[in-house]
Design a protein around this ligand. Structure first.
Ligand SMILES: *Cc1c(COP(=O)(O)O)cnc(C)c1O
Length: 465
């Protein structure tokens, strides 16, 4: 047997053990970070390790790593496991292509382009649209910003920043906007954070007022980042209204759909991003709502020239055959680039576009189960709104930070907390489309049982009036 065949047999054995473990103990036993190095053997040593010991170590590492695919993981904006996507990712690892040239990636180039073409059609972009697979949503936002900057002042690609550019996003947008402003030479202080309304949506009147004020002061409005699914509340900025403003003032509009941009696949929910076809760029993370393994982020650009202008560079040693349309390195940030397309393609190919729609719709259905449960139970306070897969709530006025940490430390369920305005709350994310109604009800059950038998959980401080 070849080495790889042996290791794949070992892989199957280990994965079998992991899946059993996931069923028996959906929340991994937590290792205190200060005891980590004493608990599992993570050391790297001079000498080789014999097979059995090696297997034992691998098994221990697998078992004690947080389990993100189980029905009790609700912590972040991903979770669950789409097995056809896992299959594709395993194949991508075996093939180990780099996506920069047709010479090295062959049909994988076509796979990536097919996803991009179909996604552009769903968004409603025209025939000049294209896109690429960045390393994640943060990078997608960054690429959007760089294109906006270069479109406003092409010269800054050669000479650096010379204009007083300012950019806009809502207070509720993703934190990568701040870092990206710094990376792109705009500067963190030149982001205007536009106020959100009581439901967490950007207030477009405030956006326009700020733009006018900036123009009057000699600044150059360059980029608006609108969010389709804000990180905490999961709400959608009013894209159509924002597009009225960006078109009027000739500002680049990027729609950050990292979290919920996958609603492009849903007849029922795509109205939430109405007007998205008017944006200049749009991104979504298939590793969030669509459940592919991390990372799988797609940025689409209405005019592919912008992508090329900002990201291409001649490199004779690299681009030796085939045209630019097949040499994807001409439109990516990286040089060597992992094949993130194949896992999404295997999923899409196997379930069809209608199957992806079901994955998206299921998450909203699960959210409705949670909403209904909370609304019909007076021990809960709800902080989130309809049409969101982030369900934000508190239970019996217990301090959410204490409760979430206790749930995690006792291996009950993994869930996070967030805040909006003056409120802090538990945020249940119903993003795992493999979950059923019963799994959501079970979440509330284990939470309530835990509270019942855990005395002295801190209460939220009473507001002084
Ligand atoms: C998750 C998220 C991002 C960041 O995506 P990464 O792939 O984690 O870098 C950006 N924007 C929003 C709205 C997100 O929810």
């Amino acid at each position: 047997m070849s080495d790889i065949s042996k290791d794949l047999a070992l892989f199957n054995e280990l994965v079998e053990a992991l899946i059993n473990e996931e069923e028996e103990n959906p929340v991994a036993e937590r290792i205190d970070s200060d005891k980590l190095y004493d608990s599992i053997d993570l050391s790297l040593n001079e000498s080789a390790m014999i097979d059995d010991a090696f297997k034992t170590v691998l098994r221990n590492v697998l078992i004690s790593t947080p389990k993100t695919a189980t029905n009790l993981f609700f912590n972040q904006l991903f979770g669950g496991r789409q097995s056809k996507a896992v299959l594709g990712d395993l194949l991508a690892v075996m093939l180990n292509n780099s996506m920069y040239t047709y010479k090295v990636a062959g049909p994988q180039v076509g796979i990536e382009q097919e996803i991009i073409r179909q996604s552009c059609d769903l968004v409603g972009y025209g025939s000049q649209s294209n896109g690429t697979f960045p390393t994640g949503g943060s990078m997608s936002n960054y690429m959007g910003l760089v294109m906006a900057r270069d479109a406003k002042d092409p010269n800054c690609r050669l000479d650096g920043m010379s204009k007083a550019m300012v950019i806009y996003t809502s207070k509720e947008s993703h934190y990568s906007n701040a870092k990206n402003a710094s990376f792109a030479g705009i500067g963190r202080n030149n982001i205007r954070y536009i106020q959100a309304d009581s439901k967490g949506k950007m207030i477009t009147e405030k956006l326009e007022e700020q733009i006018i004020d900036d123009i009057n002061k000699g600044f150059i409005p360059t980029y608006v980042n609108a969010t389709a699914g804000t990180t905490v509340l999961g709400v959608f900025d009013p894209i159509d209204e924002i597009a009225d403003i960006t078109e009027k003032y000739k500002i680049w509009l990027h729609v950050d759909g990292a979290y919920c941009g996958s609603v492009i696949f849903s007849e029922k929910y795509k109205h939430l991003i109405k007007g998205v076809e008017r944006s200049n760029s749009f991104s979504y993370n298939a590793h969030k709502m669509l459940g592919t393994p991390l990372t799988c982020s797609i940025i689409l650009v209405n005019d592919k020239k912008q992508l090329h202008d900002s990201f291409s560079n001649e490199a004779d040693y690299l681009y030796q055959t085939d045209g630019d349309d097949f040499n994807l390195g001409k439109t990516s940030f990286q040089c060597g680039r992992r094949n993130d397309a194949l896992k999404f393609w295997t999923l899409w190919k196997s379930v069809g576009t209608r199957g992806l729609e079901k994955i998206v719709d299921q998450q909203f259905e699960l959210a409705n189960v949670a909403l209904e449960y909370i609304r019909s139970n007076p021990n809960y306070t709800l902080y989130s709104f309809d049409d969101s897969i982030s369900i934000c709530f508190n239970y019996k006025n217990i301090d959410p930070t204490t409760l979430c940490t206790a749930l995690y430390e006792h291996q009950i369920t993994v869930v996070g907390f967030g805040s909006f305005n003056d409120d802090t709350f538990i945020r249940l994310v119903t993003i795992n489309a493999n979950n059923k109604k019963q799994d959501i009800l079970n979440f509330f059950k284990v939470l309530e049982e835990f509270v019942e038998k855990t005395p002295n959980l801190t209460k939220i401080k009473e507001m002084s009036i």
